[in-house]
Write a new protein. Structure first.
Ligand SMILES: [Fe+2]
Length: 419
């Protein structure tokens, strides 16, 4: 289901891990070919072609790797023809033209091949031990149970081995990567398993032409999904361009949002949020001041203190930003963080004046990241504070302006860097 994109192989344990996975994968392949030798050429041709198409149209996963429907197709070839044919189909699925064109390093190929051979290999061996082949209709409770068990074995091995590689490569917690990259794939995996059962049943009952109605739509659906992910990236990029243009006009805040995004990510990691939330908070941070697009430029660039009218103008930006960001589908659930990024714990902030735990966690994080950056850069009416002074400011205002726990996380990050 997934092909890992391991970003570096600098670390020795990762190097050992990749080779070990590859060698165990090859051992599985040799075992299956020598023990279940009857390979169906028709099966290899039909299902090989399908997995080849599927893999070359796969979609990138949020963090690393990619997702494709080829597990469903490979599982169907296992049910219809047995482990040896499925093993050859797996080898075909390993050849990914895109990866060769993009000159993906050899170790990624080694790892991807190894982890896929292990996952399909163990899944196939268990399948062959338990599955009872008989008449055309193989659908009985025991056989369905076997297919579900094998599907679980595949998913478990595939995601665990891949998570291990990312964890070693990027030094991010194992569970964090798993939750962010794979937990959301469980319903999709169940769907692929059910599709594999349908594909093999129709194939057995009505012949190979049924693949046109079962596997092809899967590949097309996958391609559509890939386009959707591309669209989402394009949308984010254009919004970030708008932020850049906006900040370029406001002489005092050039690069502010990017820095707020970096601080927010560090705070979120310190607070042990999962990778999915970290990705959301980074996007929100990049967009937190997008509402300033409606604030008068003469106010934003005003040298000296703002008068009451100016403040009324500036204080509109969280609501305007919220209205913009809640139109972005994947950010709408957390867009309130933008609405409330100027609230204070004691209720003296704006626009709503909510206090304490009424303020969403993401808003509290944005608030501290935003305030820290504002404190440590020169502004029209204040000079930049030093890091030590800013830390003191965070400490003094924890519990009144800032959430004590989030402020504590930021202070820990900053003091950690000083050591
Ligand atoms: Fe703001």
């Amino acid at each position: 289901m997934s092909n890992t994109t391991v970003s570096s192989i600098r670390k020795f344990p990762l190097y050992v891990y990749v080779y070990a996975v590859f060698l165990v994968g090859v051992a599985f392949l040799v075992y299956i070919i020598s023990n279940y030798g009857n390979i169906s050429l028709l099966g290899v041709a039909l299902f090989g072609l399908l997995v080849f198409a599927s893999d070359n149209l796969s979609s990138p996963l949020p963090k690393t790797g990619s997702v494709s429907v080829n597990f469903g197709i490979t599982l169907a070839s296992l049910i219809i023809y047995g482990p040896a044919t499925a093993a050859v189909v797996t080898i075909i699925s390993i050849f990914n033209i895109k990866a060769f064109i993009k000159k993906v390093p050899y170790y990624k190929h080694l790892f991807n091949s190894g982890q896929y051979l292990i996952s399909i290999g163990l899944c196939s061996i268990v399948f062959e031990r338990l599955f009872v082949r008989g008449n055309v209709n193989f659908l009985n409770a025991a056989n369905i149970g076997t297919i579900l068990l094998c599907s679980f074995i595949f998913f478990f091995l595939n995601t665990t081995l891949t998570t291990g590689a990312i964890s070693l490569s990027e030094s991010i917690g194992f569970l964090n990567i798993w939750v962010f990259n794979f937990a959301w794939l469980i319903p999709f995996h169940v769907f692929l398993t059910l599709m594999a059962i349908a594909i093999s049943f129709l194939f057995g009952a009505y012949g190979y032409f049924t693949l046109v109605f079962t596997s092809l739509p899967l590949i097309i659906a996958q391609y559509t999904y890939k386009l959707r992910i591309k669209e989402r990236k394009a949308l984010l990029n254009s919004i970030l361009q708008i932020v850049k243009i906006m900040e370029a006009k406001d002489v005092y805040t050039a690069g502010h949002s990017i820095r707020v995004a970096e601080y927010s990510e560090e705070i979120a990691r310190e607070l042990k949020l999962n990778e999915y939330d970290i990705e959301i908070i980074k996007n929100l941070a990049n967009l937190h001041d997008i509402g300033k697009i409606q604030v008068d430029l003469s106010v934003l660039n005003k040298p000296g203190y703002l008068n009451e009218d100016d403040w009324i103008e500036v204080k509109k930006h969280p609501e305007v930003g919220y209205e913009i960001v809640r139109e972005i589908t994947f950010l709408q659930d957390d867009a309130t963080a933008i609405l409330h990024h100027h609230e204070k714990i004691d209720g003296s902030g704006y626009p709503s004046g909510i206090k304490g735990d009424k303020i969403p966690l993401f808003a509290k994080i944005l608030c501290i990241a935003d305030s820290y950056d504002a404190m440590t850069t020169d502004r029209p009416y204040t000079r930049a504070l030093t890091e030590e002074e800013a830390i003191l400011e965070l400490k003094e205002n924890a519990g009144t302006h800032f959430d004590p726990e989030v402020a504590g996380a930021m202070i820990k990050i900053l003091t950690g860097k000083q050591k």
